[in-house]
Design a protein. Structure first.
Length: 322
């Protein structure tokens, strides 16, 4: 059963200069399409990962799912409730089922609050019982109950992210959106936090939307991976299928871009090229200027995301990559 259903999700930002500047300089309005016509579903108690380079629209989707941004078009349904068309009572009910873990554990905790107050805030906002809650959750994330009386500056980055996880658990959510939760941490600490999140998923039956730019991080976490490029979903598959036989050239590039050595111990040069300007994207397939397999059709026509077996892919030459 799907807990989250996202259909034709689109978000456009007005990045124009102020009105007076546009009048004096005779400039038109400028719009940036951060997310364009994205659709996917997240099964209950599963992990769905969104991956892609910076600027691909991952974090924008995450913010729309938790309600921090409103979609320009499309719908976000969580547990059958459409966030854009729900009543106030439905919104109040569903809000407590959604939490978010942010990228930077140093910026996402109030430095003036004690850890106890930070953790219990989501439950306190619901009017629930908070006595002993912080101490219990700190134990569940591998910290000491005595840490509840401390301030955030007394902890390391990995410990702060554990506090963020404890805060996310406080309201007993069904869905947690994780926006690059380990990118600001050392590699060894990343593994600890990821293992913790995996254990908590099994213990509490959580559902994760996991956002990352690193395919190797999500390989062992996700049940399903969606690959974004310039705001569009270009491939979606199970981790095994995606890593064993990527169908989209961009997915293959991401996998090959991971640091690696050749047979002589020399570092292999990663693929080159940059993501295009999202304000003036290329015609046709947005990836065609960087794609080694591009044909004339790629620059004239945008491929549609189509079902291919158990996966979806948007590429005219996908069948030739198997």
């Amino acid at each position: 059963m799907s807990l989250v259903s996202i259909k034709s999700l689109t978000r456009v930002f007005d990045v124009s200069k102020p009105w007076l500047n546009r009048v004096i300089e005779r400039l038109p309005k400028r719009f940036l399409t951060a997310v364009s016509d994205v659709s996917f579903e997240i099964e209950e108690r599963s992990v769905y990962a969104l991956v892609g380079e910076s600027g691909s629209g991952k974090s924008t989707i995450g913010k729309m799912v938790v309600g921090l941004l409103k979609p320009s078009q499309g719908t976000v349904q969580i547990d059958g409730v459409d966030l854009m068309r729900a009543s106030d009572a439905e919104i109040d009910r569903i809000r407590s089922d959604i939490q978010m873990i942010f990228q930077d554990p140093f910026a996402s905790l109030n430095p003036r609050w004690r850890v106890r107050d930070i953790i219990v805030e989501p439950m306190a906002a619901r009017g629930g019982k908070t006595e002993g809650l912080a101490e219990k959750l700190l134990e569940q994330v591998g910290l000491s109950p005595l840490d509840a009386g401390k301030f955030p500056h007394e902890f390391s980055g990995g410990q702060r992210q554990r506090i963020c996880v404890a805060r996310a658990l406080a309201s007993e959510p069904k869905l947690i959106v994780c926006d690059e939760p380990t990118s600001a941490l050392d590699v060894s600490v990343q593994a600890q936090v990821l293992n913790l999140m995996s254990d908590l998923r099994d213990e509490f039956g959580l559902t994760y939307l996991f956002i990352s730019h690193d395919l190797t991080v999500v390989q062992h976490m996700a049940d399903r991976i969606g690959v974004l490029y310039l705001g569009r979903l270009v491939e979606e598959a199970a981790p095994g299928d995606l890593f064993d036989a990527p169908l989209h050239p961009y997915t293959r590039m991401l996998i090959e871009a991971a640091p690696k050595m050749d047979g002589y111990g020399r570092e292999v040069v990663p693929p080159t090229g940059e993501i295009p300007d999202p304000i003036n994207p290329p015609n046709g397939c947005a990836y065609h200027p960087r794609c080694p397999l591009a044909i004339r059709r790629c620059s004239a026509e945008r491929p549609v995301l189509e079902q291919t077996g158990t996966r979806r892919v948007a590429c005219f030459r996908a069948g030739e990559l198997v």
